[in-house]
Design a protein around this ligand. Structure first.
Ligand code: BG6
Length: 518
């Protein structure tokens, strides 16, 4: 696994984790009244505390504009935790002890005095690590990053040098194209070193995504096959049953390409396809990921027309329930051309993968919510059983199920018992739950812990985010000024537009439905 944090065996006292020191520190959340804080961040910190994985001393300070007291903020968070905690019911005793560490600081992000107030509040925690070791979580709009970073630097809370540490955690979207991502990077690194910036992609916090490297580089039998000699094609599906719901306004600016491909899907692709890193150190792993992203063949507008399919859902039924079309969603333009589905055929021009297509697809309002990677191996020669049994002989496939039913399956052919020569594909399954129990930490738990420990392996480096935008920008350039055509619409509840099937059919390939393991 990339990260060495051991979640199943909490460390005594909770101040070190698998060799990584967890210093006492304060987490300052900008955007403390927001959805992310209540849904993800506080539940994650609560669980880490419950499992004795937080540093032995810590504080959380929520910074936001609304008037609140410590007590009212705590009450609000408790109500949210009752809803969003991954373990229910919330343990009252644990919560009471946890809540004592939560503080609220009311202030406007544009007001100098508010940062002074924050500084005073932190100083009240003493002159030691709770005042000096600071993790700033920017759960705010990227347009406000620059201001906040400058202000916290100005009042002495963020320093590039010193014995203590200060780090900045930022959420996606990290820009909307290469130029804006570059500008954001400039802003963030004006007052902080790149090593102090932790860009989140919550997919990297998922157990199964982290397991990709463990699986690849600790099992010799698979790694030997992991190349153009054995692999016919690779398919990565991240399908979602949900539509855009209340997020129409955001989605109009984003679309599936920026929302899912630029980050989550290219991250999964790079872990699947990268070369072995020289060590598990953050820079070594990230060097290989960047190298891989840079090897993705550049796309001209002509390539985009041939290799990238976009789609938008119209009204249809998902699980028997009628869903409105995208253009009828709240805050969406009636003639919007924004894509809610995208399918890509990419090539990686390096020694290992030359000529192997990588198919990626993601979309909203699809028939199921599932993320998986399928490695499709080359078929056997058409002699012996393949010649005799015809198309019942399938090529082998290895599927990494990222969610749900997390696990790995290998598909191969078996003889159907009997006197005739019949073949049938069968599967060998590994399931996380049955092997390790149902304990799966939320992605944010892992990521927060890594940020506190100062390990950037699971965070996106500056050149990584910029390279990913370069790929996405080239696709957007191919779509520029082109309205969606009829072939690019799909009914909610189906697997995307027909054009996505045609994309694979050109090479004699087909999309495989994600596996449902009962
Ligand atoms: C987010 C996207 O980053 O990831 C959402 O903005 C998407 O549109 C979500 O629904 C998917 O995450 P998960 O963990 O549910 O697969």
């Amino acid at each position: 696994m990339v990260s060495a944090v051991n979640n199943s065996i909490p460390t005594e006292g909770g101040n070190s984790t698998n060799g990584k020191t967890l210093d006492a520190c304060t987490i300052v959340i900008f955007g403390a009244s927001g959805d992310l804080t209540a849904r993800k961040l506080i539940p994650a910190i609560y669980h880490l505390f419950k499992e004795k994985q937080m540093p032995s001393a810590f504080r959380v300070v929520g910074f936001a504009r609304r008037e609140k007291t410590d007590a009212s903020w705590r009450q609000e968070l408790r109500t949210a935790l009752d809803q969003f905690s991954r373990t229910k019911p919330v343990d009252d005793k644990v919560w009471a002890a946890f809540a004592e560490n939560l503080f609220y600081c009311q202030g406007d992000l544009t007001d100098d005095a508010a940062y002074k107030k924050l500084e005073t509040q932190l100083t009240e925690f003493g002159s030691g690590p709770l005042r000096e070791n600071l993790l700033f979580y920017l759960a705010i709009s990227p347009s406000q990053f620059g201001e906040v970073v400058e202000q916290i630097h100005r009042c002495g809370l963020l320093n590039k040098e010193g014995a203590a540490w200060q780090r900045i955690v930022v959420e996606k979207p990290f820009g909307h194209d290469l130029a804006s991502a570059h500008a954001l990077n400039q802003e963030l690194t004006r007052y902080a070193h790149e090593s102090q910036v932790f860009r989140i992609d919550h997919y990297l916090g998922k157990e199964t995504v982290q397991n990709i490297l463990m699986f690849r580089f600790s099992n010799s039998i698979f790694e030997k096959l992991w190349n153009r000699n054995s692999v016919d094609y690779v398919q990565i599906t991240v399908s979602e049953k949900i539509g855009v719901g209340e997020r129409g306004g955001y989605y109009e600016e984003a679309g599936a390409l920026r929302d899912m491909v630029q980050n989550h899907m290219l991250q999964v692709l790079s872990l699947i396809a990268m070369e072995p890193p020289v060590s598990l150190e953050a820079e070594a792993v990230r060097d290989e990921k960047v190298k891989l992203l840079k090897s993705i063949r550049a796309l001209t507008p002509e390539d985009v027309a041939k290799q990238i399919v976009r789609g938008q859902y119209f009204a249809g039924a998902v699980d028997g329930q009628l869903r409105p079309g995208y253009r009828q969603e709240t805050k969406v333009k009636a003639d919007s051309n924004v894509e809610t589905f995208v399918a890509l055929k990419l090539f990686i021009d390096n020694w290992r993968w030359s000529g192997v297509p990588f198919y990626l697809r993601t979309g909203k309002n699809l028939p199921m919510s599932a993320s998986e990677v399928r490695i499709q191996f080359r078929p056997t020669p058409n002699v012996l059983f393949a010649a005799k049994c015809g198309n019942t002989i399938e090529a082998n496939a290895l599927t990494l199920r990222l969610q749900p039913n997390e696990g790995i399956s290998l598909r191969f052919n078996g003889k159907v018992p009997g006197t005739t020569l019949g073949a049938r594909p069968v599967r060998m399954h590994f399931s996380y739950d049955s092997e390790f129990g149902a304990y799966t930490p939320e992605a944010y738990e892992r990521l927060l812990l890594e940020a506190i420990a100062g390990d950037a392996t699971l965070f996106i480096r500056r050149d990584e985010v910029e390279t990913a935008w370069q790929i996405v920008d080239s696709i957007r350039a191919g779509w520029e000024g082109k309205s969606l055509t009829n072939r690019e619409f799909y009914s909610a509840g189906t697997w995307g537009p027909i054009a996505a099937d045609d994309l694979l059919a050109q090479s004699g390939h087909t999309w495989h439905e994600p596996q449902v393991i009962k």
